[in-house]
Design a protein around this ligand. Structure first.
Ligand SMILES: Cc1cc2nc3c(=O)[nH]c(=O)nc-3n(C[C@H](O)[C@H](O)[C@H](O)COP(=O)(O)OP(=O)(O)OC[C@H]3O[C@@H](n4cnc5c(N)ncnc54)[C@H](O)[C@@H]3O)c2cc1C
Ligand SMILES: NC(=O)c1ccc[n+]([C@@H]2O[C@H](COP(=O)([O-])OP(=O)(O)OC[C@H]3O[C@@H](n4cnc5c(N)ncnc54)[C@H](O)[C@@H]3O)[C@@H](O)[C@H]2O)c1
Length: 472
């Protein structure tokens, strides 16, 4: 057994672990990074990267068949599902060097390719290595949760870990779960030529503002996706190559099944008991991302049991670098300024508090302002007029913003900056934006907040009349 001593031992080389390793090693810390499976974790191999790559192929196919009024004749796209999967593999291969063992070894990181487990409060064993560290970072991510639905053990089913390897186009894809994974994969597959049925136990896209989620749901339905809401999958069976999902409201039969019902945090290999690290579904941590029962140990990304996004894992990594590397132990992780985007067409983006949260905190002070895509010149020019922005304002500041429409994920950035920095609506309204861009939707929403104060205000009118009368 090789004994290694280091400053920081990171378990998991996904979005979070890699970011800590890159930051800590380049600032001079002695870092060990342990990865039991693929460098790059979920996002690169089974998550963000493959899903957005498949959606890109699907978007191209859809665009060819739906040219609108632009004067370009639509054609029936010839979709080669296997070739679309080749594109997915190629994108992963192109990005992989950034997350590679060689790159991190180049930073001076000691990379160990094995599964890690704690043996006591300050020791981890991975294969033939025993690592003692001043600080440990648990960045082990999450895996698809497959609930014990009656019959599932006898049915061939896919998750995000193997759907991207499937090379024959599903004739009819059944998807259990209408969260972001389910809805993104539903649209990717309908556009690549499959039939698709989504079975959702509650409401599809339930973490988003319903008013905006409905625009996405309606768009997917218009493209032919069957979306069943409010029906839990109760029983699953397979016969003669057909899969049937039974719910209390009916049964749905297809050729393939994708399970997209949420995630379980990867803790089982870690032996957290040996490390005296408390956990429930995720590692128990406060806003300092530190275990209250073993202060050597931090948890970040999906393992920290908060929002599960790559940019959150990266943000957590920055908190750890400040705290465990630079000694700024007061560094904390916020949640109120985290944006998220579902990459359907139209995209659905959100940052900040929900309407219920703003209403509960600010009551009657809350104002809601909106602006529609069909009033934006660029959106009209491009024939992308579906969608709107909804801004929840209190005390002159944006508290929560949702956008549904083309490039909503890009537009939300301005609001993420405003909310992160406590800026007022005037910061958006005072910004000069290039014409004609979709980002003017943001400015017009801010304008909609100020226009009643300016244009429907008797005092303003009186002042203007006086100025006009007496101004030389
Ligand atoms: C289909 C899909 C699409 C997604 N799309 C997006 C998106 O568009 N945008 C977005 O922001 N987020 C997206 N996500 C979420 C995003 O992928 C995760 O939030 C992110 O990968 C979490 O990063 P992490 O570092 O916490 O974990 P991961 O990236 O999962 O990395 C954890 C690593 O730890 C390793 N590991 C686990 N246990 C051990 C152990 N005991 N010893 C050693 N190694 C271990 C694992 O093998 C893995 O490599 C998507 C997720 C899925 C499933
Ligand atoms: N664009 C993105 O950023 C993106 C994309 C995909 C995934 N992700 C991340 O991955 C996480 C996991 O995504 P997800 O879509 O698997 O999970 P999710 O938890 O967001 O959604 C799962 C859905 O499945 C439903 N469900 C659960 N059991 C069911 C049953 N028996 N029958 C029918 N429906 C059932 C739930 O009601 C829920 O709506 C997301 O929350 C997000 O953090 C992000």
């Amino acid at each position: 057994m090789e004994k290694i001593k280091c400053d920081i031992c990171i378990i998991g080389a996904g979005s979070g672990g890699l970011s800590v390793a890159a930051g800590a090693s380049q600032m001079g810390a002695d870092v060990v990074l342990i990865e039991g499976h693929k460098m790059g974790g979920d996002c690169l191999n089974y998550g963000c990267v493959p899903s957005k790559s498949l959606l890109a192929a699907a978007k191209q196919a859809y665009a060819m068949g739906h040219t609108g009024d632009l004067g370009v004749t639509a054609v029936e796209p010839q979709v080669d599902y296997a070739a679309a999967k080749d594109h997915v593999a190629k994108v992963i291969e192109t990005i992989a060097p950034v997350d590679s063992q060689e790159r991190f070894e180049g930073f001076g990181v000691r990379v160990i390719r094995d599964w890690a487990r704690f043996t006591d409060e300050k020791t981890v064993v991975a294969g033939a290595h025993e690592i003692t560290a001043r600080r440990f970072v648990i960045a082990t991510g999450s895996s698809p949760f497959v609930p014990p639905i009656d019959g599932i053990e006898n049915v061939t089913h896919y998750t995000n870990e193997n759907i991207f390897d499937l090379r024959e186009r599903p004739e009819h894809l059944l998807i259990i779960g209408g969260g972001p994974i389910g809805m993104e994969m539903a649209q990717a597959h309908i556009r690549l030529g499959s039939k698709v049925t989504v079975i959702e136990g509650l409401k599809a896209l339930g973490n988003d503002d319903r008013e905006l989620a409905e625009v996405v749901i309606g768009s997917l339905q218009a493209e032919g996706v069957q979306i069943i809401e409010g029906q839990q999958a109760r029983r699953i069976s397979e016969a003669d190559g057909r899969i049937t999902v039974e719910t209390e409201g009916g049964s749905f039969t297809g050729s393939h099944l994708l399970m997209a019902v949420g995630r379980k945090v990867n803790l089982d290999k870690l032996d957290l008991k040996a490390a005296r690290v408390k956990h429930d579904r995720a590692v128990t941590v406060g806003d300092d991302l530190r275990s209250p029962t073993n202060s050597r140990v931090y948890a970040i990304g999906d393992a920290a049991g908060r929002m599960q996004f790559t940019h959150v894992a990266g943000y957590h990594a920055g908190v750890i670098v400040r705290s465990a590397v630079l000694g700024m132990t007061w560094a904390k992780a916020r949640q109120d300024h985290i944006p998220w985007v579902t990459y359907t067409d139209p995209e659905l983006a959100h940052v900040g508090m929900t309407e219920a949260q703003v209403r509960a905190k600010f009551g009657g002070q809350m104002k809601v302002v909106r602006f529609n895509y069909d009033e934006n010149d660029r959106a009209i020019a491009e024939g992308k007029t579906k969608g709107f922005i909804k801004v929840l304002v209190a005390n002159g500041k944006p508290k929560g913003v949702s956008i549904v429409g083309a490039h909503a994920g890009e537009l939300i950035g301005m609001w993420a900056m405003a909310i992160a920095n406590g800026q007022k609506m005037s910061a958006i309204a005072n910004t000069v934006l290039p014409y004609p861009t979709l980002s003017e939707i943001n400015k017009r929403a801010a304008g909609a907040y100020f226009s009643p104060q300016l244009f429907e205000n008797a005092s303003v009118k009186t002042i203007v009349q006086l100025v006009q009368k007496y101004m030389p």
